[in-house]
Design a protein around this ligand. Sequence first.
Ligand code: PGA
Length: 249
Amino acid sequence: MRTPLIAGNWKMNGSTELVEAFGRAFADAALPAALKVAIFPPFPYLDAARRAFDGTPIRLGAQTLNPLHSGARTGEVSGSMLREFGVEYALVGHSERRQLYREGDREVCDRLLAALSAGMTPVLCVGETLEERDAGRTLDVVLRQVGFIMARLEPEQRTRVVIAYEPVWAIGTGRTATPEQAQEVMAAIRAYQAGYDRELAEGLCLLYGGSMNANNAAELLAQPDIDGGLVGGASLKVDDFLAICQSAG
Ligand code: PGA
């Protein structure tokens, strides 16, 4: 049995006040017994979040990290620094990073390897644009993104990666993939992993991301290959995020 994971990607949003509100709300929230929860706040809030989330089920994630351990990389943050602040997860390959900061597959791979070597769980984000979907290229694009990374990992490293399928056209648009659309792609990702190892595929934690909210989460999470969610906008509202977590039981 795979344990569901609900991850909240705050992007460049949030405040100390929001961090504290999450800490209070999750301190005594009734949540499904087998559930992992993680919040990915902007870097400046990590320390406050670590304190506010102490004693709650919320684990910490980082939205990106540099491939290097340290050095002349102005503005960047390394995996070892994040580990010092108790960060357990790191997003890599988010479509905003791929598009706005021109991160290609090779760079995504370097960042993912850095997360692994720092002892964190990388959450590899993949997904097609609307143009690619309309051209019937969804599975090609997504499996190429997954395949590029998997081919460069050792078998043991493959077991430590979470994959988030986020159709680019569904991110921040209010337009969610239907449960069937999401399931089709996510089943294909699991089948791809089975090409390496059946046990790896069975254990793989697959998240759906793209306008997941308190109203559509249960239906998406009921799909056999959807093990959790990567939630953007709705992770900024305590009640909505709690409701999504509660629907993951
Ligand atoms: P959204 O963002 O839930 O606001 O669509 C998801 C994401 O970008 O991870």
